[in-house]
Each structure stands twice: as C-alpha cells, then as structure tokens.
Design a protein around this ligand. Structure first.
Ligand SMILES: *Cc1c(COP(=O)(O)O)cnc(C)c1O
Length: 430
C-alpha cells in the first residue's frame, strides 16, 4: 500500500520504511559514519549531486531518512530531513532562504528559544525580523513586509502562550508577497493539524516533544510541501534559482524541481557546513515514539482538556489558556484548524502573581518542574523565571507570557490523579 491510501494512524505505525523480502522488520540503525564505494567515479557522482546515495553521516544517514520519510508522509509533504534539534530545524528552514540583508516576518507568539535565535543570533548574521501579533489584521500583517522579505514564520499552537495561528491568513499574506510560510507544528503534531492543507509551504518540528514523547531524545525535522514555486520568484531566492558553485554549478530549483529543491539544498549546503545531524540512535528512538504518536496524542488531549476544565472552575486561578475550552480566545480557530484536539499543554495564571505561581509549583507531586513539555510524564514550568528569563516585561506581554503564567504539560497519567495533585498544590496558595 502506498502512503496516499492509508490514514494517519497507519502512517504513524508503518510509514517511511517498507522492508523488502527478508529485510529487518524494524528500521535498522546504520551506526556508520561513512559508506564504501567501488570506484572514485561512483563517489564523485555523489559529490556532484548527480547520483543519490550516502557518503558521510554528517550530511545524511539511512536511519534518519527512514524516519524523515515517515514524518514527510504524516505531514503530506514532498521531502523531509531530520536535524539534531528543533532549534537547528528552525534555523535551517529560515537560513536556507534568507541571508545577510534579508528580512523575515514572524509571529511574536513563538517559543522563547526561537525568539532568541531570530531576534538576537540571526540578527547578528544580518537578518532582520519583524514580529507581529498572531491576532493582527490582514492590513497590519501586510504592512510588515518589505521588498527584502524572504519568509513568514509562525507556530500552529505557540509554546508557551498557546495562541493558535490563523494559518490561512498568514499563508495568504506570504503568498501575496511571493514568499513561503514556514510553520512550526511541534505542539499540534500532524495527528491534529497538517499545516500544508491550509497553505503552509514548509513545516518544522522539535521532535523532542510529542513525536519522541518520552523525554528520551532531542531532535528536529523539516518538511517541504513541494508546492512553492521558487522559479516564479527567482530574484528573491537566488540560492535556489542560480548555480551553486560548491556543486559544480547546479541550480537546485531546476535540477530537483518543486518537490526536491528546498530539502536538497538544505542538506547539501547547510548540513554539510553546519553538521547539525541527528544521530541514527536518536532517530531510531524517535521512530519508536512515532509508532504510538496517534494513540498518545489522544490521551494527552483528553488529560489536557480535563485539567483545563478543572482549573477554569478553581477560584485560585486567574485565567486558563487552552484552546479546547469553549470560552478560550482561540476556540474558534481551534475548531477550524484543530477539530480533533489541540495538545496536552495548558497554561494558566495563579492569583497573587509571580510568588503565588512559584509557591503552587513547589507543592506539585506528580508534575515535576522541568524545562520540557510533551512528555509521557506530566511536567510544569514558570516561563518568566526560566525559558523567558531574558525578556523584559513588555516583551513578555507581547508574546503572551504573563509573570504569573504556569505552563503545565499533561502527560499520560490518570487524569483524576493529575487533578487531585493540582487541587492539593492550589490549597497552599493563600
Ligand atoms: C522545544 C521547541 C523548539 C526547540 O526545539 P529543541 O528540540 O528543544 O531544540 C522549537 N519550537 C517549539 C514550538 C518548541 O516547543
């Protein structure tokens, strides 16, 4: 059966790797840095990108490619690659098309690490970012573009603010300006949302989160939909539409077409030069997580909703952000983009500010304090004193993170136990 004929649950279990007669049932871990060839001509063809094949695991490894192929099928893309982390995935996805002197429009409601990557580190590389509210009007969004804008970036469900991106609105603006929309789909996962179906062009993941799902391996992925026409905007994307001297003058968009140009360039140039490859061991562990992703996500969502409902009725709680709740600001967008559920992460504010939030967290017994989310084990974090520590109060408010905000990632435990734990910890808040 090819992947077009199967549903998402079957793709989670069996996608990407289809063993032939007598081959291993589980994906093999190809624990080898290098690959052997009979002649120098054979190897030369690989270096010219004339033939496909493996030569060095800093660029590509078969284990990684089996797993990338599964994620590609899950998202409905044309090509995909794994990276060593979600940070590497977002950096590569943007840097593959934007360089010194370019500009990118990004939602202000994004992961703190991504914000720092964009606003501080990539800025030093000469790439300017304009951050817009995910709730901005079409006029405000269009006003953020400049002649040198090369991409638009957002998160389906933002970590930790839990805003929901109006993917169609952002895709429409991106395409009107001749640039692709990159969507970080980490929190929703392709089980709950496939951004390509709403107009996104590139999808990224921190596979460290739900995809791995067990807090076992850091990783990332980039998937290309294969529909953005680089040649139609050739002047904006010279890296894809003019010859690459480091590969004897091939032009990616011509040689690899719509479906292959982006990921081939990203592998051949960025992976070659920066080497943020995922280890084949981690890729194997990631695949074990993917095999149960569809089963686990349902449970994470069920627990998330139950906890959000409980918190929203508790008088020590000032506000609850969970787009699955009917009163939530993003409920309507969630019904459109996330009809089967959102994720297991709930954020909420404890009455009494920063101090009360810290006091409450100290008493939790099941949810541990961790810089992590989307794990089988429940965990929680106070972003203002951890991941978002480097931001000023104004910056915190702009990205939807209040000083009393607690981010709780509901794991796969019994929801009644999770609620009982929250209840006893809240009793300590005066
Ligand atoms: C965690 C996270 C990242 C960064 O991923 P790492 O695997 O930790 O490098 C990027 N985006 C989102 C939405 C995340 O939650």
């Amino acid at each position: 059966m090819n992947s077009k004929e199967t549903r998402i649950d079957t793709k989670c279990v069996q996608g990407g790797y289809r063993p032939q007669n007598g081959e291993p049932r589980q994906i093999p871990i190809v624990q080898s840095t290098t690959f052997k060839y009979d002649t120098s001509e054979d190897m030369g063809k690989l270096f010219d990108l004339e033939a496909s094949g493996y030569f060095y695991t800093r660029l590509q490894n078969p284990t990684n490619d089996f797993v990338a192929a599964k994620i590609c099928e899950l998202e409905g893309g044309s090509a995909a690659m794994l990276t060593s982390s979600g940070q590497a995935a977002n950096f590569y996805a943007v840097f593959n098309i934007a360089t010194n002197g370019d500009h990118v429009v990004a939602s202000a409601s994004i992961y703190g690490g991504t914000y720092n990557l964009f606003a501080v580190t990539m800025k030093k590389m000469g790439i300017e970012f304009t951050f817009v509210s995910p709730d901005c009007t079409e006029e405000e969004l269009n006003a953020a573009f400049r002649p040198n804008t090369k991409a638009v970036f957002g998160e389906t469900i933002a970590n930790p603010a839990l805003t929901v991106l109006d993917i169609e609105k952002f895709a429409k603006a991106a395409h009107a300006h001749g640039v692709p929309l990159i969507v970080d789909n980490t929190f929703a996962t392709p089980v709950n949302c496939r951004p390509f179906e709403w107009g996104a062009d590139i999808v990224t993941h921190s596979t460290t989160k739900y995809m791995d799902g067990h807090g076992a391996g850091v990783g990332g992925a980039i998937v290309d939909h294969g529909c953005f026409d680089w040649m139609a905007h050739a002047d904006k994307f010279p890296g894809l539409t003019t010859p690459d001297d480091s590969y004897h003058g091939i032009t990616y968009a011509e040689k690899f077409g719509l479906g292959g140009a982006f990921i081939t360039k990203c592998t051949a140039q960025l992976m070659r030069d920066f080497g943020s490859i995922q280890s084949p061991q981690n890729a194997f562990i990631l695949n074990l997580g993917l095999e149960s992703l569809h089963v686990r996500i349902k449970r994470h969502c069920e627990n998330g909703l139950a906890v959000a409902e409980f918190l929203s009725k508790n008088d020590k709680v000032e506000y609850v952000n969970y787009c699955g709740l009917p009163g939530d600001k993003y409920h309507a967008l969630a019904q459109k983009y996330l009809p089967n559920g959102s994720c297991g992460v709930v954020s909420f504010g404890i009455k009494g500010g920063r101090k009360a939030a810290e006091e409450f967290m100290k008493h939790l017994k099941i949810a541990a304090i961790e810089t992590h989310v989307a794990d089988a084990r429940s965990c929680c974090l106070h972003p203002a004193s951890a991941t978002h520590r480097q931001m000023s109060d104004e910056e915190l408010l702009a990205c939807g993170v209040y000083p009393n905000l607690v981010r709780l990632s509901c794991g796969l435990e019994d929801k009644e136990d999770l609620i009982a734990d929250l209840e006893q910890a809240l009793s300590f808040v005066k």
